[in-house]
Design a protein around this ligand. Structure first.
Ligand SMILES: [Zn+2]
Length: 280
């Protein structure tokens, strides 16, 4: 029997996103106040729709909103690790990366009483050490890479190929990769930002186009896989505002009407173990 999973994931970056890579900081207030009222709206909507999500947050942001973090877990949502201050690990050394990882784990453990089982690197940047560090610290899954559209797979150690300039990869590991994609990330489709090298995210989609694009990814998975997962990525400061909120709500209803099973990321990663190749 076919089983088509959907994970609704929310990167609760708030002001930490300004430590990222954009050459222009976000418009004043966009990533701060809108993150908080956006998060409130999203949590109310998920409660109304009886759907659980997975929230990735930087350590200091969780600390500043400790009551919200506890409430999230109390409502059955999952909290995952999203770095310490939203700096990409591929721009740092191994020691600093591990320190950030441990600090974030401690905050989540202190607030929720459990260590995170999942990690999403800020801006989806891995270093050559990231997989090793996640395995050494007991993580079950990562959600930062784009090696498949609808099937989780085993993350590989860098294998001496950190720049990924050839098709030579390291050995597969126990770490389950829950793949993401820019094409179903709300930020690139909604917001404008200038990036290093003259690139820009153009954003400004109308809600009808946005919704249709999200739907088509689910339809593709449902048509081609007996078992698969679509991992949607939202941000409270993006999708918690205006017409984007409406598009997300309509998406959830559409997915439910078309057979989707909503699960948290750790639930999907656990289930993935029975559907992907074992380590030989
Ligand atoms: Zn982020």
């Amino acid at each position: 029997m076919a089983r088509h999973l959907v994970c609704l994931t929310y990167d609760f970056d708030a002001v930490s996103v300004n430590n990222g890579q954009a050459t222009t900081s976000l418009a004043p207030g966009l990533a701060s106040w809108s993150s908080y009222y956006g998060l409130d709206r999203i949590l109310s909507m998920l409660d109304r729709e009886r759907v659980r999500g997975t929230f990735f947050a930087a350590g200091p942001i969780l600390s500043q909103h400790a009551d919200t973090a506890r409430a999230l877990v109390g409502d059955g949502h999952e909290i995952g690790h999203h770095g310490w201050d939203h700096r990409r690990p591929n721009n740092t050394d191994r020691r600093a990366e591990e320190e950030d990882l441990l600090r974030g784990m401690e905050v989540i453990d202190t607030l929720t009483g459990r260590r995170p089982s999942g990690y999403r690197s800020p801006s989806w940047g891995h270093s050559p050490h990231t997989v090793d560090l996640l395995l050494a610290n007991g993580f079950v899954y990562d959600s930062s890479l784009m090696g498949h559209d609808h099937r989780p797979y085993r993350a590989r150690v860098s294998g001496g190929n950190p720049s990924m300039t050839t098709d030579v990869y390291g050995a597969p590991t126990d770490l389950i990769e829950m793949p993401v994609n820019w094409s179903i990330d709300d930020y690139t489709r909604n917001e404008w930002a200038a990036l290093p090298g003259g690139l820009a995210t153009l954003g400004f989609k109308i809600s009808r186009d946005l919704l249709r694009g999200w739907q088509e990814d689910y339809e593709t998975m449902a048509d081609s896989e007996q078992w698969g997962v679509v991992v949607y990525t939202f941000h409270p400061f993006v999708s918690g505002q205006g017409k984007r909120m409406l598009a997300m709500e309509r998406l959830i209803r559409y997915l439910r009407d078309n057979g989707a099973d909503f699960v948290t990321m750790s639930e999907a990663a656990r289930e993935a173990g029975a559907h992907i190749d074992p380590i030989c």
